[in-house]
Design a binder for this molecule. Structure first.
Ligand code: ADP
Length: 404
């Protein structure tokens, strides 16, 4: 509590700050961004519902405090968070919402209909959307007059054409049950592709493949600022190998595992979402740093996990290039994409047919938040590393929706 007073007494001069919230089932990530996003106060409430619930808060000067909130639920935690930030006077809240279904192609101001839809879309995002709704309702109770906006992970991909978003299954499943590909990580793909557009010299529309490699991984083909195809589908399980998610498997795997091992659908869901990916193949960790270290020490399973991870990402780059009228280059982002020069290099080694020429020295320099390009002058594709900033993107869209 001592630290809290310090925070409240410091740096209260932020201009029209926007509070960005990412409410998960047992955690709330928050960031308060000044009008030009140059100043931030950020933190994380975690272990909600447990005795170990706490808030880890970092103020404008980088000072950290930890506040214990044993047993706190979302509303209690948000009450504390809003108390910590009250002196900065946030003018609006932007919520990251995972699923916006078919209806939402851009951010929306929260009203009864929008909130009801966020709740209804639980059918498509059972772990995430209910937690987002809890966050929206809690803020509404604490500050009924504070405008709230929802920014959907899926919205950026609503520009995909039907040939990219439809599955080759009976059309009634699409018409009546909305079974289609949606795509995720929209705020990240939007941010880095727009940033690449502003950094890369060009005279016409750019075609990028944005390669977001974090715990979750997805790639998107972006042309002239619009998503034309992406690797994730109905859920964030489709696509490339991730930390604990398998990415694509034969759709018959479910029935096969059920037949030979008697697994239930829930068991298979857990295997594919939580026990697969880097963790499943290496048997060591879902964390790329740990897997890379084990591979460097000679562990064969870890080496294979990295080989499959990089090969699969490269296969997706090649296939997503079909969506682009012109192919300007690749943009790497996410914890792995931003920091691991060796993973970037291994992905490129799997792409021998695109005239890519990387400057390996420059590649090695790009990590820990450094932004830049690493292609040689005669490379047919540009190569960029752009640290993602989903909070910035959510704050930006929140302001646009509210006309701030
Ligand atoms: P999230 O998807 O949860 O936001 P991040 O984008 O932070 O996660 O990505 C986490 C991943 O980034 C982990 O696999 C982590 O090992 C990896 N990572 C972070 N730094 C490095 C690094 N220097 N080298 C390799 N991988 C890294």
């Amino acid at each position: 509590m001592q630290g809290m007073h310090k925070i409240l007494s410091k740096g209260t001069a932020m201009q029209n700050p926007i509070l960005v919230l990412n409410c998960g089932s047992s955690s709330i990530k928050y960031a308060l961004l000044s009008n030009d996003s140059s100043e931030r106060v950020a933190g994380l409430a975690e272990n909600l519902g447990l005795d170990t619930a706490r808030i880890k808060h970092t103020d404008l000067n980088g000072e950290k405090v930890e506040i214990s909130l044993a047993g706190a639920n979302h509303q209690w935690a948000l009450q504390k968070i809003l108390g910590l930030l009250a002196a900065y006077k946030p003018v609006a809240v932007g919520h990251r919402v995972v699923h916006g279904g078919r209806e939402f192609s851009h951010a929306e101001k929260v009203n009864d209909h929008v909130l009801a839809e966020v709740k209804r879309l639980k059918v498509l995002a059972p772990l995430h959307n209910p937690a987002h709704a809890l966050g929206i309702e809690a803020v509404e109770k604490i500050y009924p007059d504070l405008p709230q906006v929802v920014v959907f992970d899926t919205a950026f991909h609503q520009t995909m054409p039907a040939k990219a978003y439809r599955y080759a299954i009976p059309k009634d499943l699409y018409n009546e049950h909305y079974i289609r590909r949606y795509g995720f990580h929209g705020s990240s793909h939007a941010y880095v592709s727009h940033r690449a557009d502003s950094l890369a010299p060009h005279h016409q529309a750019n075609g990028w493949i944005t390669v977001h490699l974090g715990n979750g991984c997805s790639l998107t083909a972006v042309y002239d600022g619009k998503s034309l195809d992406t690797s994730m589908g109905l859920t964030p399980l489709e696509g490339v190998v991730m930390g604990t998610r398998s990415g694509d498997v034969d759709p018959s795997l479910h029935i096969h595992l059920h037949r030979i091992l008697g697994y239930s659908l829930d068991q298979i869901d857990t295997i594919l979402n939580k026990q697969s990916g880097l963790l499943g193949i290496s048997g060591i960790s879902s964390d790329m740093r740990t897997v890379e270290q084990a591979a460097n020490e000679g562990n064969e399973d870890a080496k294979l996990a990295i080989e499959i991870f990089c090969y699969k990402a490269a296969r997706y780059i090649a296939s997503l290039s079909c969506a682009l009228p012109t192919f300007t280059g690749l943009v790497f982002t996410g914890g792995i994409g931003e920091n691991s020069a060796s993973i970037r290099q291994k992905i490129l080694q799997n792409l021998p047919h695109f005239g890519i020429k990387a400057n390996l020295d420059k590649n090695a320099e790009l990590s820990r938040g450094v932004e830049g390009s690493f292609h040689q002058a005669d490379s047919l594709l540009q190569l960029w590393v752009i640290p993602t900033d989903e909070e910035y993107q959510i704050a930006k869209e929140t302001k646009e929706v509210l006309g701030l």
